[in-house]
Design a protein around this ligand. Structure first.
Ligand code: G6P
Length: 738
């Protein structure tokens, strides 16, 4: 139960007890007043008796006339109604005028007695006092009016009832005021909590100070709401390049956007006299490129193409996309030797296997680290030179630039640095083997916002920070304060552009099938499975090939009726782990083809070549089924692209549970890539799936990706950035005013 409920119960209970007390007090006071008044009557009677007793006892046996006169005088008192004197035998020997005729003398009183009586509707008190004169005895009767007692009690009761009622009303008003105040303060707390949850910040002191603590239950509820609202905030919007532009104009007006990534979005290569433009096989690039096309700005990246230097201006800049310029690409040059240390070494032999649980041992060399530090500094300097304002929004991409946020922050303290880690973040123990873990974490904590694909990766990051560096972690507000700077840590599941540019201009699905079948020499009734990615050991390509083998062993009916086309873009080919993978894949493919193939039937087509996005989409459209069997993958955009390519609402996606995409695309056939048998079963099930089921599954996934496209991903990050910028501006203004 919350403190708020306790407070209300306390106030209501107190009010009830006080009300009961007030009623009891009225009753008690009435009784006391009545007693006091009664005693007053008795005392008056006694007073009268004492003042005339001597005269009575002296003259009792003698002159009764003198006594009568005395009695008449005494009854002049307005409240003494009558006096009477009775003799020993009980006869009334003297009675003043108002002594009721019917009133009989009581038996001789031995002691003073009082009793009440009604006469002609009037309430009276009669006091009987014994008198003695020698041997004679008698009784003096004093008849006293009692009406005034009733009146006094009535008045007192009335006053007390009024006082009681006033007290109850007062208590009620006070209780109501207290409840209203409590409620206000509590609502203040709730609003402050909502606000802080929205902003991902501790509630501001001005809001938090007068507020009541919000219980954990309410907090949890609010957090769930916050997540829902955050989602609805962005899902209710139709996210498109236009929506993103509007967001920038409205929320971040006059903002300069600078992106930094290792891989560049357009690579110029020379082949003899011809310069061609290549778009790289990189999930990062394919996600970010449409975003930058929408936002404009500058993209700072490594110029890796053989004709890159020839195509830039004097400031190493070139406008892209070629022929349809929308933003500036600023190329940074890296020598082969530096590339060996920074890119091949620390980034891809160290951090890549460190963060991906694919059982490839990370390698850490001091010289690689030195190169990594130097190139991060070079990029930081390039960004600072590109910035024309002191507070640009800088989007730093991926594990190549863990040190960059801190390096930029040192030169542009007012910059909003949004860093996105495109690969998984391992648990603290796994990350702990990195010799430069402290520097990497501190570098990332130079960011304003640090994004991962999933909450699980954020949690791993918090644990890692907690374990290895001095900092203040606020898991509730999802932030880390290190060296006096606060970094928000948030999940932003990345996606693809919608509709995908590569889908525009695609031929109908039947036509794509015909073209692809022709290209690979496949008969018209051949079912096609597809796998497309970089030739990377994290993608589970070998396991996938073995699953095809297993399928053909367990379901020989598919021989001659099913072919798997594996497209693999060569990548990082200088590294032994990648070279070995290629060789192993080729060997396994040959083995499987030899085992199950026959004249005119090749179960697996392994194509080791880069494909441009349009070719990739054509293959997706030609396939019956796509297999994404990553052993570990931050998100995996191939899965989303396959679904997006199928505007005919056909095709089956077989998807690894270890790819971040599986938490979004739950209508895929989810598999464990380490379980080859299970994967073969899923492929068989996919090939046998009815068209209706295919349609239902793919339709749901397409709706999901349409709504949660990459513009929304960027939008969410920019919305958070704009909130933080606004808050910092307000803080700045206030500190200036103080
Ligand atoms: C992953 C990384 C990207 C990288 C891409 C291609 O998706 O997260 O940063 O660009 O692989 O790798 P490459 O080494 O060729 O750039």
């Amino acid at each position: 139960m919350s403190r708020y409920s306790h407070a209300v119960i306390f106030v209501v209970a107190s009010a009830t007890v006080l009300a009961v007390l007030a009623v009891a007090l009225v009753w008690l006071s009435k009784t006391v007043v009545e007693r006091v008044a009664q005693r007053d009557v008795e005392m008056r009677s006694e007073l009268v008796f004492n003042s005339i007793r001597d005269r009575i006892e002296r003259e009792m046996g003698g002159d009764t006339q003198a006594l009568r006169t005395l009695f008449e005088r005494v009854t002049g008192d307005e409240r003494i109604l009558a006096l009477g004197l009775c003799d020993g035998p009980g006869r009334m020997i003297i009675a003043t005028k108002r002594m009721p005729a019917q009133f009989a003398c009581p038996l001789r009183a031995e002691e003073v007695r009082f009793r009440g009586l009604w006469v002609d509707g009037e309430r009276l008190v009669i006091g009987a006092f014994p008198v003695h004169s020698g041997s004679e005895t008698g009784t003096l009767l004093v008849l006293h009016e009692r009406g005034f007692v009733t009146e006094r009690v009535g008045q007192a009761g009335w006053y007390l009832i009024m006082a009681g009622l006033t007290l109850i009303v007062l208590i009620g008003v006070l209780a109501t005021l207290a409840v209203v105040m409590l409620q206000r303060r509590y609502m203040g707390s709730v609003l402050a909590t909502i606000e802080s949850l929205r902003e991902g910040q501790p509630a501001s002191p001005s809001l938090a100070a007068p507020a009541l603590p919000v219980s954990d239950d309410v907090r949890k509820l609010l957090r769930d709401f916050r997540d829902r609202i955050r989602q609805e905030d962005t899902t209710n919007v139709e996210w498109s390049p236009k929506a993103l532009q509007d967001l920038l104009e409205n929320e971040l007006p006059d903002t300069e956007v600078i992106i930094a990534s290792n891989r560049e979005p357009y690579i110029h290569n020379r082949d003899g006299d011809v310069i061609s433009v290549q778009r790289p096989a990189s999930g990062l690039v394919s996600a970010l490129e449409p975003v930058v096309r929408a936002t404009g700005g500058t993209w700072v990246a490594h110029g890796s193409g053989s004709a890159d230097r020839e195509t830039v201006d004097a400031n190493d800049r070139v406008l892209v996309p070629p022929g349809k310029p929308a933003y500036r690409l600023r190329r940074v040059w890296i020598s082969d030797e530096e590339q060996d240390g920074y890119y091949y070494g620390l980034s891809n032999e160290g951090l890549w296997p460190l963060c991906h649980l694919a059982y490839v041992r990370p390698i850490f060399r001091e010289s690689d680290w030195q190169a990594y530090v130097a190139i991060n500094q070079r990029f930081a300097d390039a960004i600072v030179r590109e910035a024309t304002r002191p507070d640009p929004v800088i989007l730093v991409q991926d594990y190549h630039f863990a040190l960059l946020p801190k390096m930029v922050r040192e030169q542009l303290p007012k910059a909003t640095i949004l860093t996105f880690w495109h690969i998984p973040w391992p648990n603290a123990e796994a990350f702990g083997i990195c010799p430069w873990k402290e520097e990497i974490i501190a570098g990332l904590l130079g960011s304003t916002v640090l994004g991962f694909h999933t909450q699980a990766y954020c949690n791993n990051f918090f644990d890692t920070v907690d374990r290895f560096i001095e900092s203040r972690i606020d898991r509730e507000h999802r932030s880390v304060v290190h060296a006096g700077h606060e970094t928000m840590v948030r999940p932003y599941p990345i996606s693809i552009e919608w509709p995908p540019a590569a889908l525009a201009g695609q031929k109908p699905v039947d036509e794509c099938r015909r073209v692809v079948r022709e290209r690979y020499g496949l008969p018209a009734d051949m079912r096609i499975g597809i796998g497309i990615e970089r030739f990377d050991y994290t993608k589970g390509i070998l396991d996938r090939l073995m699953a095809v083998d297993e399928l053909l062993i367990r379901h020989p009916e598919w021989k001659g009726r099913f072919t798997f086309i594996q497209i693999a873009a060569p990548t990082r080919s200088k590294l032994a782990s990648y070279v070995n993978l290629q060789q192993e894949a080729q060997r396994i493919t040959e083995e499987i083809n030899a085992r199950h193939g026959s004249d005119g039937y090749q179960p697996i087509h392994l194509v080791i070549r880069h494909h441009e996005p349009e070719d990739v989409y054509e293959l997706f459209r030609a396939a019956d089924l796509c297999v994404v069997s990553s052993l570990h993958d931050g998100m995996n955009l191939v899965a989303k692209e396959f679904v997006a390519a199928r505007d005919d609402e056909r095709g089956v996606l077989v998807l690894s549970r270890f790819a971040g995409a599986s938490s979004e695309l739950s209508e895929a056939l989810i598999i464990n890539p380490y379980d080859v048998h299970g994967m073969a079963t899923a492929i068989d099930r996919g090939l046998s799936m009815s068209e209706d089921e295919q349609r239902e599954r793919i339709r749901l996934m397409r709706n999901h990706i349409r709504e949660r496209n990459v513009y929304r991903w960027a939008g969410q990050i920019l919305i958070d950035a704009s909130r933080i910028r606004k808050r910092l501006k307000v803080n700045e203004l206030h500190s200036l005013g103080e």
